[in-house]
Design a binder for this molecule. Structure first.
Ligand SMILES: *[C@@H]1O[C@H](CO)[C@@H](O)[C@H](O)[C@H]1NC(C)=O
Ligand SMILES: *[C@@H]1O[C@H](CO)[C@@H](O)[C@H](O)[C@H]1NC(C)=O
Length: 316
């Protein structure tokens, strides 16, 4: 049986993935943490960014009555923030944490772009930057959402992966009745300054794009590296309100790709789940953390896994 730890406070209403975890104390980047795990989620319960805490990724998770991002930045509506990811920023002596999130543009609330906020406490409050970090032309691309952060120990480089939000230009955000053009939703990899996480280095590289088998979109990218030299890119395809929403993965031996698709890991029906998606992984690749449809919205689940030779095996 899968070990499901249902985090019922997480309601997601927007067309995206929302739940992301943080590091354990054991992580090389996590000294000075308090030995706990943290999960950050899309706006809900009156907060811009929700946060929950657990002593193990398998839970039980405690929802903290606390907004990790009370101010999402003057460039945002300070509302409707989505899909955060939190990582520690070097040097370790500074105990600074970085949150990447999708902020709703004050200049055009129909669109989201990726922002960065920092805090000396993992639970925040995080202080946002004065402008979005990544914001492709919104009228032609839709915007940028679903950021996640990855430190590559192998080459001592930092990266941010995100989705170009073409779904935002589709009928019903790529959900609901088909119609009109389906816009591209490429997954982009942006190298970041290794010392600050906040300055892009060079241009973003496209590492994956939607195929017909993905339905209207791909989203929610999350990369980890394995000790045997593989990069695992978790992502979701199809609309989150549809039973076809899923967790897929692709594998590469270079972080910039090419990524080889390895199909679905979780689909509706797996372990009794409905529309699973938005997966992230513990740094060691031993627990998959994701969300799935539930009566209150989208609930957090975890399942043990192992990764070897670029192949992910769920151990539920
Ligand atoms: C997030 O904010 C938007 C905009 O205010 C709101 O419509 C939505 O209900 C909020 N989501 C949750 C889960 O509270
Ligand atoms: C999600 O759950 C709600 C509430 O149980 C249900 O009404 C809806 O049909 C479900 N959607 C999917 C795609 O499973």
């Amino acid at each position: 049986m899968a070990r499901h730890s249902v985090f019922t406070k997480l309601g997601l209403v927007a067309s995206l993935a929302g739940v992301v975890l943080a590091w354990p104390l054991e992580s090389s980047e996590a000294s000075g943490w308090d030995g706990k795990w943290y999960s950050f989620a899309t706006n809900g319960s009156g907060f811009n960014i929700q946060v929950a805490q657990a002593s193990s990724p398998d839970g039980p998770w405690t929802w903290l009555d606390h907004d990790a991002l009370p101010n999402s930045g003057s460039w945002t509506t300070n509302n409707n923030a989505w899909a955060p990811d939190v990582k520690r920023m070097p040097p370790a002596s500074q105990s600074l944490f970085i949150m990447a999130y999708s902020g709703q543009l004050a200049s055009n609330p129909d669109h989201h772009c990726v922002g960065i906020a920092t805090s000396h406490s993992i639970t925040g409050p995080y202080t946002p930057g004065n402008s979005p970090l990544i914001c492709p032309d919104i009228l032609t691309t839709g915007g940028a959402i679903d950021p996640s952060l990855y430190y590559d120990e192998r080459n001592n480089k930092r990266y941010l992966v995100y989705k170009v939000d073409g779904s935002n230009l589709d009928v019903n955000g790529g959900c609901g009745s088909p119609g009109g053009t389906i816009h591209p939703t490429p997954i982009m990899l942006q190298e970041m300054n290794v010392n600050d996480w906040t300055t892009p280095v060079g241009d973003p590289v496209q590492i994956l794009d939607r195929t017909a088998a993905d339905g209207t979109l791909i989203e929610a990218p999350y990369i980890i590296g394995t000790s045997d030299g593989h990069y695992i890119l978790f992502y979701s395809s199809n609309c989150f309100t549809d039973p076809t929403y899923d967790v897929k993965y692709a594998v590469a031996t270079s972080i910039t790709g090419p990524y080889t698709r390895r199909g679905s890991l979780l689909t509706t029906g797996s372990y009794g789940l409905a529309s699973p998606g938005g997966a992230s992984s513990t740094p060691g690749g031993d627990v998959l953390v994701f969300h799935a449809n539930c009566t209150v919205g989208r609930c957090l689940h975890t399942i043990d896994m192992s990764i070897s030779g670029g192949v992910v095996t769920l151990k539920g």
